[in-house]
Design a protein around this ligand. Structure first.
Ligand code: PAF
Length: 280
């Protein structure tokens, strides 16, 4: 694996691969890699010739300074994990390399960005869109791979790619879970032992709620999940939402949408967790 800290040398190496007829698969990350990330990379390896991974903790997508400060940074362990999936190029720039000057681009994603994470983390998706657009320009991938755990982020990136007519295919990949159902996340390593034991309740409650589709309306299902999550004292719930799987808006009747998911965000101790599952 070759490691690049500067975009010019990364771009030159990728350009040479492209001239040689190789396709480029890209997995952008913020590091603290886990099996969920590695699964995206394995998928990229299957679908493209050259795997490029970026590790960059993007300051402008953090609306909470403590979250940015506490975000795990484990570059050496990450490099060893990347070797196990046969990563070809790692791009690990510093903040000055990514932002030689402040980026003032403002994206408009309308109602897609005004719900759920968009409502609770002002500016977050603009920061994600800015950095992903910059990374796409630097890496010039044929395909980029994103996890469905961050389903709204995936929708935002698809929308940005369409808005700007970027020549990259966005490939969604299923959420990878621990054996007890907890969605894998870099943040999980910050949970205490007690918190870690309770965290799988999130997936259990969402899964149970989703089975009640024939007896509950979308609103009632949302309320059911909220009540169950509220019973766990240490869960500090931000939102539960039943929404369609394209625009991520709430709706009244099951037959008014083609697909739906149930989404949750909560604070467990100092750790913010999100998850979602498909209802149909
Ligand atoms: O999902 C993430 O890790 C980040 O939001 C991303 C896509 C790498 C942008 O910083």
């Amino acid at each position: 694996m070759k490691v690049f800290e500067h975009k010019n040398s990364l771009q030159a190496a990728i350009e040479a691969e492209k001239i040689a007829g190789k396709s480029i698969g890209f997995v952008p990350t913020m590091g603290a890699l886990h099996q969920g990330h590695l699964e995206l990379m394995r998928q990229a390896k299957k679908e493209t010739d050259i795997l490029v991974v970026s590790i960059f903790v993007n300051p402008i997508q953090f609306n909470n300074p403590a979250d940015l400060e506490n975000y795990p940074r484990t570059l050496e362990t990450d490099k060893a994990l990347l070797e196990t999936v046969d990563c070809d190029y790692l791009f690990a720039p510093d903040v000055d390399e990514m932002y030689p000057q402040p980026d003032t681009t403002v994206y408009r994603f309308g109602k897609l960005a005004s719900v759920m994470e968009g409502a609770f983390r002002p500016g977050h998706f603009n920061g994600v869109a800015v950095v992903v657009k910059k990374l796409f320009e630097m890496v010039n991938p044929d395909k980029a791979f994103f996890g469905e755990k961050d389903f709204q982020q995936l929708a935002i990136i698809k929308a940005m790619t369409k808005q700007l007519s970027l020549p990259v295919e966005i490939v969604p990949c299923a959420t990878v879970r621990e054996s007890d159902g907890l969605a894998m996340s870099s943040r999980n390593r910050r949970l205490s032992t007690d918190e870690r034991q309770l965290a799988p309740r999130i997936h259990q409650i969402l899964s149970k709620a989703a089975t009640l589709r024939n007896v509950l309306s979308p609103h009632e299902m949302q309320q059911y999940a909220k009540n169950e999550l509220d019973k766990i004292d240490v869960f500090n719930l931000e939102y539960v939402a039943v929404a369609d799987d394209v625009d991520l808006q709430s709706f009244e009747h099951w037959n008014s949408v083609l697909g739906a998911r149930i989404f949750v965000a909560l604070q467990l101790g100092n750790v913010r967790l999100i998850d979602n599952i498909r209802i149909f």
